[in-house]
Ligand binder design. Structure first.
Ligand code: SAH
Length: 386
């Protein structure tokens, strides 16, 4: 009898894994084709295709947010998050000398919730609201359509762009929540002759598999912080292009302004892999279902600071999200919201407050960091150490 069940289990396994193979995502078929015709691709290119391929990318084909979707972001937890970010922007605008027109730019606005809550809160700062041109940088037509729905009728001019470079030049305030973690990462592994880039190729069975480039990445060694350079053979290092950070830094210096980045990651550049696939609130193999799972990698805040400082901006030391939101007055905001709330609503507000600010595994309070970079003339920024 036991053998029978064992045989049955194996039969199921075979059918199931063949089933999985047969259910290859359309994007996996396209990536396999690209590898056959062009050769293995860097992990960064694989990640870019998985997230933003124009027909099959994860963000292009769906709205991934919400309790029943793949993951929940801070603006989706509570309106307090977007409201406080909006008021942060108003305070920055005042520090900038309250220019008559200012671009409020959001990178990767998702469902548009943060911006909608920010604009609603900003009715208490009418001069800032009247000075605003909102620019949304979004690659996904599905999410842009959703943003258009949520943000229409709020009385502020809004323009969409596929790339920050297309935002018109003007004094600017930029916000980016969980955007940088979605930007592609490169990976390289240390060997005796240098760092070899990790590639995605095909294994003997024709399936997607990691492999190292035979040649070391020329010049990489010289760009690495000394501690990383001294890593033992086999160590893995991840880095991102500084295209977006550099472009924003040059703009805040040239035209005046500041950028707020909220994301999860590490404060010092470190070794080890952080690339992961997230699907239905769980972790999955990054190569298993390209286009069907979210891919993210930690933000290296030290590398981000180096990139913006190279472009002449001032980088502010990251502050844990919980501390940042408390400094902006989230506890007071929660109290105000509870004044007219039913007991059930009050409990929801308390739960959201805890979720956004609590440290440790139950909250986002110290998992996420707030970081800013700005025109060095601005001086102290709300929420950050001066
Ligand atoms: N800020 C939102 C969504 C975060 S998810 C929130 O906090 O809820 C990442 C967002 O960035 C999505 O809107 C996604 O479509 C967008 N995105 C990802 N890669 C991008 C890229 N390279 N250029 C522009 N937008 C991108």
């Amino acid at each position: 009898m036991r053998n029978f069940f064992f045989a049955l289990a194996i039969a199921f396994h075979v059918v199931f894994s063949n089933g999985l193979q047969a259910a290859m995502t359309p994007l996996e078929a396209e990536i396999r084709r690209l590898i056959v015709v062009d050769g293995p691709m860097p992990v960064a290119r694989y990640m870019a295709l998985a997230l933003t391929h124009p027909a099959h990318g994860y963000y292009v084909t769906r709205d991934p947010f919400g309790a029943r979707a793949d993951f929940v972001t801070a603006p989706e937890v509570s309106q307090m998050f977007g409201e406080l970010v909006g008021l942060w922007a108003a305070a920055v605008w005042q520090r900038m000398g309250a220019p008559e027109r200012v671009n409020l730019v959001e990178l990767g606005p998702g469902r548009g919730t943060l911006m909608a809550d920010a604009l609603r809160a900003l009715t208490i700062v009418p001069a800032f609201r009247a000075a605003l041109d909102v620019h949304l940088v979004e690659t996904s037509p599905t999410l842009s359509a959703r943003q258009r729905e949520v943000l229409s009728g709020l009385g502020v001019p809004i323009t969409w762009h596929g790339d920050v470079a297309a935002v018109p030049e003007a004094p600017l305030i930029v916000v980016a929540n969980e955007f940088f973690d979605a930007l592609p990462v490169h990976q390289a592994v240390k060997a005796s002759d240098g760092w070899h880039e990790r590639m995605v190729g095909l294994n003997g069975a024709g399936r997607l598999a990691f492999a190292l480039h035979p040649e070391p990445v020329r010049g990489l060694e010289g760009l690495l912080p000394p501690r990383i350079r001294a890593a033992p053979a086999g160590a893995l290092f991840e880095w991102r292009s500084d295209h977006v950070a550099g472009e924003l830094a040059r703009r805040v210096v040239r035209s005046g302004g500041a950028t707020l980045v909220i994301d999860y990651g590490h404060l010092e550049s470190g070794l080890g892999e952080s690339l992961q696939a997230v699907s239905s609130h769980g972790f999955a193999d990054p190569l298993a279902a390209p286009g069907d799972a979210d891919l993210t990698a930690h933000v290296d805040f030290a590398a981000l600071a180096r990139a913006v400082e190279r472009a002449g901006a001032r980088a502010y030391r990251p502050v844990a999200q919980g501390d940042f939101l408390h400094r902006l007055g989230i506890a007071e905001r929660a109290r105000m919201l509870k004044v007219r709330a039913t007991p059930a609503q009050a409990a929801t507000i308390d739960a959201a407050l805890a979720r956004l600010t609590a440290p440790g595994p139950t909250g986002m309070g110290d998992l996420f960091q707030a970081m800013a970079f700005a025109d060095p003339k601005l001086g102290a920024l709300p929420g950050f150490d001066s």
